[in-house]
Design a protein around this ligand. Sequence first.
Ligand SMILES: NC(=O)c1ccc[n+]([C@@H]2O[C@H](COP(=O)([O-])OP(=O)(O)OC[C@H]3O[C@@H](n4cnc5c(N)ncnc54)[C@H](OP(=O)(O)O)[C@@H]3O)[C@@H](O)[C@H]2O)c1
Length: 325
Amino acid sequence: MSTSLPSGPSPVVHHPIARAAAHLIGPRGLRNMDRLRNEVAGKVVVVTGASYGLGAATAELFARAGAQVVLAARSVEQLRQVAAGIAEKGGDAAVYQLDLTSEESVTEFADALLHDFGGVDYLVHNAGKSLRRSIHLSYDRPKDVNATSGANYVGPMRLTLALLPSMRARGNGHIVNVSTVGVMFGVVPKWGFYLSSKAAFDIWMRAVGMEARGDGVTLTTFYAGLMHTRMSAPSRWMRRLPGQTPQDAARVLARAVVEKPRTLTPIYGHPFAILAPILRFPMEPILGFVYRRLGDTEASLARAEAIRPGATRIQLAETVGSHAE
Ligand SMILES: NC(=O)c1ccc[n+]([C@@H]2O[C@H](COP(=O)([O-])OP(=O)(O)OC[C@H]3O[C@@H](n4cnc5c(N)ncnc54)[C@H](OP(=O)(O)O)[C@@H]3O)[C@@H](O)[C@H]2O)c1
């Protein structure tokens, strides 16, 4: 069995039928870019996780519409490349280093934003850390706790706390939370760190959104389905499923800021959210059974091995599943 990881979507997902299926599954994005321009031209749009994937595509799209885009993430060189591409097309982009797992980094970033721009018009909580790994492989990996809860929950929570007061004081602003449709399904083995941190921030942000709406600050939660990005690339089966490109999903975020709906989900999101508690009893035993049949991904096993050099290689030969970290 090869241990090399796939990268990028399979060519199958570019087939017109797969593209049509992805479009049907949705949610649909904004088509009329003049509406985006009318909304964001000259406004400050902060996009976390703008170094790759959806964040980079969103920054590019919003900058094309005339926004002053703030790009934040850990990989500064990568951010600079995205910003250079934006500048080449006449757009306005500023780069800030941000590590959401560090309280100090979040505070410095928020202070710099308030100092440099005086406030934020749109805040896109896009940065995220995915993790699909059996719990026994995380026993010796305390960083799994911090990486997921910091990037998906505590960091975005701290950033909101730092920026919301000025948005409320100005009486306007829109926050977009890029969540996952997975939080509408209930629980899936191996996804505990990722789904619990995404679900926690979803609930916290919705409560805050209800409080802040009266002061003119609105919230859209995008429960994203499959997107073909660096995040989903290591999962062999996901690479073959119809999904949105980062550019498709960026247009969904454009719709979020223009139309300001409370939620945006793929077509199956709300039906699953209704069925998940009703079907909990049959689904949990079935998913537990399937989980015991499938192994861990090569990336998860390799990383667990890397930090425990003396450890036994865990059932690699029996592994048939794929993985994303
Ligand atoms: N891809 C999917 O199928 C899918 C499905 C549902 C939801 N989502 C959500 O969509 C959002 C965008 O993901 P993507 O698919 O575009 O993945 P991606 O290409 O891996 O991008 C993730 C971004 O988050 C940033 N990030 C990660 N940890 C960070 C940290 N500690 N501090 C600051 N930035 C951090 C990364 O930048 P650095 O590494 O440079 O810091 C990167 O720019 C995420 O919130 C994800 O959970 C994705």
